[in-house]
Design a protein. Structure first.
Length: 455
């Protein structure tokens, strides 16, 4: 074509307003230009949203007044029946909306199994209903119409579209997230609860529930609140291990354990498994052909992990949590916040939460691009390095890779952990995604993610 195809021409094509010659020319240009086809598809997405909306129905009196004013300006202009003018107004409104969609940057149609529900900061789209996961040591940020979402490493979420111009419903499958509602209220689902955030509010969510995730090579393993018998099966399936747990009492086989690690070989997996199950009296009996688990008695059973927990805390603003027998209102006030804790064996309860407790809940989010969160985490320092490759996190301890042979117990008074910059720290917090340390001689803490070793 001598002249380029303009957005107005694409809009006219989609609206059926081109004559035969121009339509043929535009379609020929589309066939020859993939980028132009993407622009056409993006405009068509907006047109479908306009057509799905209720068409405007101006009253006959309003149109008569409009046309009377037009006659005063142009007395010779003919006015035909009112119903035909309604169609013209609808088509004009659709063309304006389509052209506006191109101007704000939606000039290409993303690929995927469904329509886009959000944009992922590290590239790509979050599609409607599709599971979006964050890997160990790699939090992810997702922007969507009306808000944004920050996922901690090992978390997973689905975004469900509610319309072209409204925020999606966020369904957290597991892990930790911070949701911010900007221009409109946003709904977040976790388990059987739904939190509706006020516009301008931020909510921290921690959905601690059973799951397993293993990389294809078995090097990264996430085991959370799984029965000992299920972890034994995981070792058989992923590593080809001959694990014999038949001699364990059924009550012990049902007890749940957790551990997380990267660069995890067969031997490291067995050691982590036996160490996690050891709190319930399980040990390994050496054989030449199998890993035989035996029950030695439970002198120190420790606290069980049978209960899934959902924690909700307002970072700013407020939210209404529904889904139980009664709705619970969470508000952020100076110096404190409300926190809702839900467990399968507990009654739902709202707890007062201090700034320090909120900071502990959000320690993983420091330095992730949110000024609002960084203000809450002013006493936390973000380091560019993570835990050494091969580290294993348990619910009560951190085990460094073999060769260093160091075990750091949660809550120990010793500042014995060698931080990457040479300072010393003591272990004060463990998450599936990393470890939190207090720094010797400083009123500061650092968080070292799992799965992101020294760069």
């Amino acid at each position: 074509m001598a002249n380029p195809v303009t957005p107005e021409m694409l809009a006219a094509l989609l609206l059926g307003e081109l004559d035969a010659a121009r339509e043929q020319a535009v379609r020929a240009a589309l066939q020859a230009d993939p980028a132009l086809r993407q622009r056409r598809d993006a405009m068509d997405l907006h047109l479908r949203a306009v057509r799905a909306a209720r068409p405007p129905q101006p009253s006959a009196g309003a149109l008569e007044n409009l046309f009377a004013a037009a006659r005063n300006l142009h007395p010779a202009a003919p006015v035909h029946n009112l119903s035909s003018w309604r169609g013209v107004l609808v088509r004009a409104a659709a063309a304006v909306v389509i052209a506006a969609g191109v101007l704000v940057g939606l000039s290409s149609m993303p690929e995927g199994p469904g329509l886009p529900a959000g944009r992922v900061a590290d590239g790509g789209w979050a599609h409607d209903g599709e599971l979006l996961e964050a890997g160990l040591g790699t939090p992810r940020r997702v922007s969507f119409r009306g808000g944004e979402l920050l996922l901690d490493g090992s978390a997973a979420v689905r975004l469900h579209r509610t319309g072209e111009f409204t925020p999606p419903v966020l369904e957290l499958e597991r892990g930790r997230a911070v949701v911010t509602a900007q221009g409109a209220s946003v709904q977040v689902k976790a388990g059987d609860r739904t939190a509706t955030l006020d516009a301008g509010s931020s909510l921290a969510v921690d959905w601690d529930r059973p799951y397993e995730r293993v990389s294809e090579a078995g090097s990264r393993v996430e085991v959370q609140r799984l029965p000992i018998s299920q972890v034994a099966e995981l070792g058989r399936r992923v590593y080809g291990l001959n694990i014999n747990d038949a001699g364990l009492p059924e009550e012990v086989r049902r007890r749940r354990i957790s551990f997380y690690g990267d660069a995890m070989s067969r031997d490291v997996f067995v050691a982590a498994f036996v160490q996690a199950a050891g709190r319930f009296g399980v040990s390994e009996e050496a054989t030449t052909s199998a890993v035989r688990l035996v029950y030695r008695g439970a002198a120190d059973r420790g606290e069980g992990e049978d209960e899934s927990l959902l924690r909700l805390a307002v970072v700013s603003g407020g939210a209404l949590v529904s889904g139980g027998e009664t709705a619970t209102r969470l508000e952020r006030r100076a110096g404190s916040a409300s926190e809702l804790v839900l467990g399968s064996a507990r009654e739902p309860r709202a707890l007062p939460q201090t700034d320090a407790a909120l900071s502990r809940m959000l320690v993983w989010a420091r330095g992730r691009g949110s000024e609002r969160l960084d203000r809450v985490l002013a006493d936390v320092e973000a380091l560019s390095q993570g835990l050494p490759a091969g580290s294993v996190i348990h619910s009560d301890r951190l085990v460094l890779p073999r060769g260093e042979e160091r075990v750091f117990l949660l809550g120990s008074a010793d500042f014995s952990y060698p931080l990457p910059d040479g300072r010393r720290g003591r272990l004060v917090g463990l998450l599936s995604s990393g470890a939190e340390f207090e720094v010797r001689g400083e009123l500061r803490r650092v968080f070292l993610p799992l799965g992101r070793a020294a760069e």
